[in-house]
Design a protein around this ligand. Structure first.
Ligand SMILES: Cc1cc2nc3c(=O)[nH]c(=O)nc-3n(C[C@H](O)[C@H](O)[C@H](O)COP(=O)(O)OP(=O)(O)OC[C@H]3O[C@@H](n4cnc5c(N)ncnc54)[C@H](O)[C@@H]3O)c2cc1C
Ligand SMILES: NC(=O)c1ccc[n+]([C@@H]2O[C@H](COP(=O)([O-])OP(=O)(O)OC[C@H]3O[C@@H](n4cnc5c(N)ncnc54)[C@H](O)[C@@H]3O)[C@@H](O)[C@H]2O)c1
Length: 462
């Protein structure tokens, strides 16, 4: 066995937080090693945000082309999907980004890139299984940015059938005849609309009585109605999901209160949540104990219980988005390099669901605000009464703002509608600046935009 190479810092995983942290620590004069076992850029770049949003764009183009006559545009024939071309475009987006991350890492000052699987040998030493044998590395500071992967729970019959996940579904260069998606949340719904727009029959099977259980009920209902109008079928309250081979197809037992007890699909996509990549890091050798869901417990500054080891991104259970992983890098770097201190608890929850129209969300839902004891004022407006949406011919959805009735503080917003993923940032920026609802309502916003209606929604809140 080789003697251990010594570094000032080692980063496990070249995902969203890891690569940026390497650059910052290297620029500060540290000798840094980054270990990546698979694709540079991690989930978002290779099998998450980027390829899925590239597919969302192709699906939108198909949808708009089918609606061309609504805008007085004639296509002069059927709208077709060239799935190999759709896939090639998606692959190009992801592969270009992956290559750019690799180039960025390999050009970084003070950074050594190692390709292989890292495991702990002690709190300060790692072994790395590479294509050319095992390496040993030591450092007083180790940062874990290991990300996560799709859950494949031990559901009845699952061993007897082939299922797709977020990685394998992206490899399809054919349109499934009937795609059954188990799980009606972010991943399930984005893929449901993508494949429906490409021409597949799609059924979403969800164990809860409604989609997106974290959202307010009217938002869940509006999303279901939008997707049903495109021909997506839903089987909700599917308590006892099971699988069985059915000739060349797959039978998915749903056992709902209403409807047929089984859905027969040509393909099944599992989208029932994610698990952190913490089971193969040999963390016990570092003295780190995982929580009951497999996440690495961290404090508000992302330090683990073991001095000199931090955990960033999806593997710490404090966020499940690219922007939260990126913010984890900012927090760790700022605190380590003596910049103004930053903490996880400073960030305001925000995310989007990239169906069309998208759902942009910040802060609390109305239900969460009431549960937290706030007396609330709520303003809302259907997108059919938003001028920009009418002009674009995209009037589905609603916007909603939640305000603390006593303090006038902005508590949260949901914008389900054309441009909702962008427009919601005006509420987010106001919340970050601790602007009151009245302060935002008195701000002049640009016409004609979706955001310009936010002051009107606040003005009508009761
Ligand atoms: C289908 C899908 C769509 C998504 N869409 C969005 C979206 O639109 N917006 C959004 O904000 N988020 C989205 N996400 C979530 C987002 O992709 C993740 O939150 C984000 O990528 C997490 O980044 P990370 O830095 O924590 O880890 P990752 O990006 O997962 O990186 C971890 C890296 O560590 C490596 N690694 C793991 N273990 C080891 C080891 N032992 N040794 C060496 N290397 C190791 C992995 O190979 C990987 O490259 C989506 C996720 C999925 C699955
Ligand atoms: N737009 C985005 O930012 C985006 C897009 C995709 C994914 N992501 C990230 O990926 C994460 C995982 O997404 P996800 O949709 O896989 O998981 P999730 O945890 O958000 O939702 C899982 C869904 O599956 C359902 N479910 C769980 N077990 C089930 C079962 N046995 N049968 C039927 N339904 C079941 C749950 O009720 C829930 O609705 C998200 O938390 C998110 O952070 C983000």
């Amino acid at each position: 066995m080789s003697t251990a190479q010594a570094f000032d810092a080692i980063i496990i995983g070249a995902g969203q937080a890891g690569s940026a942290l390497a650059e910052k620590l290297g620029a500060a004069g540290m000798k840094v090693a980054v270990i990546e076992r698979k694709h540079f850029g991690g989930t978002c770049v290779n099998t998450g945000c980027m390829p899925t949003k590239a597919l969302v764009a192709s699906a939108y183009a198909a949808h708009l082309a089918r609606r061309a006559s609504d805008f007085g545009v004639s296509i002069g024939g059927e709208v077709g999907i060239d799935m190999p071309a759709v896939k090639a475009r998606k692959d190009k987006v992801a592969l270009t980004a992956r290559g750019n991350v690799e180039k960025w890492l390999r050009g970084m000052k003070g950074c050594t890139v190692i390709q292989g699987h890292a495991r702990f040998e002690s709190p300060t030493e790692l072994s790395v299984a590479t294509a050319s044998g095992e390496l040993r590395l030591t450092a007083p500071k180790i940062f874990i940015n290991a990300g996560g992967r799709a859950l494949r729970p031990d559901m009845p019959g699952i061993a007897a059938v082939k299922t797709l996940d977020n990685v394998s579904v992206l490899e399809l260069d054919r349109v499934p005849e009937h795609l059954v998606i188990v799980g009606g949340s972010y991943i399930g719904l984005e893929f449901a609309q993508i494949w429906r727009r490409f021409g597949a029959r799609v059924t979403v099977v969800e164990k809860s009585p409604r989609l997106l259980g974290r959202e307010d009920e009217e938002v869940s209902a509006a999303i279901q109605a939008i997707l049903e109008a495109e021909g997506i079928a839903f089987r909700l309250s599917a308590e006892c999901i099971s699988f069985r081979p059915h000739g060349e197809q797959i039978g998915v037992g749903v056992n709902c209160e209403n409807g047929a007890p089984e859905v027969i699909g040509s393909d099944v996509l599992l989208a029932v949540g994610r698990r952190p990549n913490t089971d193969d890091l040999r963390l016990e050798k570092a003295g780190i104990t995982l929580d009951e869901r497999g996440y690495i417990p961290v404090n508000d500054e992302l330090a683990t219980a073991v001095p000199g080891i931090w955990a960033l991104g999806d593997c710490n259970g404090r966020g499940a988005f690219t922007h939260t992983s990126w913010n984890d890098f900012e927090i760790v770097a700022a605190n380590l390099l003596g910049e103004a201190p930053r903490r996880v608890s400073d960030r305001i929850d925000c995310y989007a669901l990239f169906i069309d129209p998208p759902l942009g969300r910040v802060g609390m839902t109305e239900a969460q605000a009431r549960k937290a004891g706030h007396k609330v004022r709520v303003g809302s407006r259907p997108m059919s009464r938003v001028g920009r949406a009418v002009e674009k011919g995209e009037t589905l959805g609603l916007m909603k703002v939640v305000i603390d009735a006593d303090s006038d503080a902005l508590l949260g917003a949901a914008i389900l509608g054309v441009g909702g993923d962008e427009a919601v940032h005006s509420v987010l920026a106001a919340m970050a600046a601790r602007q009151t609802a009245t302060g935002l309502a008195h701000t002049v916003l640009i016409h004609p935009t979706v955001a310009e209606l936010i002051p009107t929604v606040i003005g009508g809140a009761s």
